[in-house]
Design a protein around this ligand. Structure first.
Ligand SMILES: CC(C)(COP(=O)(O)OP(=O)(O)OC[C@H]1O[C@@H](n2cnc3c(N)ncnc32)[C@H](O)[C@@H]1OP(=O)(O)O)[C@@H](O)C(=O)NCCC(=O)NCCS
Length: 209
């Protein structure tokens, strides 16, 4: 049992820039990051799609960042990041999260990470999820030599599916996924990934839907 949280490998100024956005690590000692996570993960939009996380106070958010988010950063050099909108002559504004997640044995895990995203309802429909996901995948490709990634979402979530299409992923069918406790999900994969997703440890039966 680990008694100390991992520390973040990222320098405080670390950021991935896209044309309109800044993608940057969480800091559990930054109250605005903790309050923002509570806000983002408790909108009706988020809870309808992703369910309740139980992170409903800044203190719980800080503990989550310190123990879970930092563990991913330390293990993989990727994980969950904040997304800020950068507009000329205005302070950057937190608008969402983007993630590249990979579970670890003995828990559910695949050998390719999966891309995820959440954008505040007021800022959605402006292409930000697509831009942030493309930015993080490009960083992973260039800086971390990661050329394989999945996209998972509910088969009925047409908005998320559209984002996965717009970032250039290929639809591979629907499966009851191990990482979601057997819940059905649409499965997308980056172009060029093997026809047999079993080589990435995804052994679930895929079917069209
Ligand atoms: C899903 C989510 C991240 C999308 O963020 P966003 O910034 O609005 O995404 P984008 O603007 O980049 O792209 C959205 C696309 O979906 C389309 N779309 C929106 N509603 C749609 C619907 N009901 N059916 C089909 N397409 C839809 C948009 O038109 C847009 O496509 P377009 O550019 O071709 O017009 C955001 O709505 C969100 O955070 N939802 C709650 C959390 C969530 O579901 N996360 C994903 C879990 S896997």
């Amino acid at each position: 049992m680990t008694t100390e949280p991992a520390s973040s490998p990222f320098p405080s100024e670390f950021a991935i820039s896209t044309s309109r956005l800044r993608i940057h690590p969480f800091d559990p000692d930054n109250l605005s990051h903790c309050e923002f996570l509570v806000q983002l993960w408790n909108t009706d939009d988020f809870t309808k799609s992703c369910g309740r996380t139980g992170i409903d106070t800044p203190e719980k958010a800080a503990a989550f960042i310190r123990w879970r988010v930092f563990a991913d950063y330390a293990r993989n050099r990727h994980g969950q990041f904040l997304v800020s909108l950068v507009e000329a002559s205005q302070a950057p504004k937190l608008i969402g999260c983007v993630s590249l997640m990979k579970g670890a044995p003995p828990g559910p895990h695949y050998l390719a990470p999966d891309i995820g995203y959440t954008i505040l309802p007021d800022e959605s429909g402006k292409g930000y999820a697509t831009e942030a996901a493309k930015g993080l995948l490009e960083y992973a490709r260039v800086e971390l030599d990661i050329h394989t990634a999945f996209g998972f979402c509910s088969a009925t979530d047409l908005r998320s599916r559209r984002v996965l299409e717009k970032i250039g992923m290929d639809y591979r069918g629907v499966a009851a996924l191990w990482v979601f406790g057997g819940k059905e999900s649409a499965v997308y994969a980056l172009p060029g990934m093997d026809k047999d997703l079993g080589i990435y440890n995804l052994t679930e039966d895929l079917r069209d839907k």
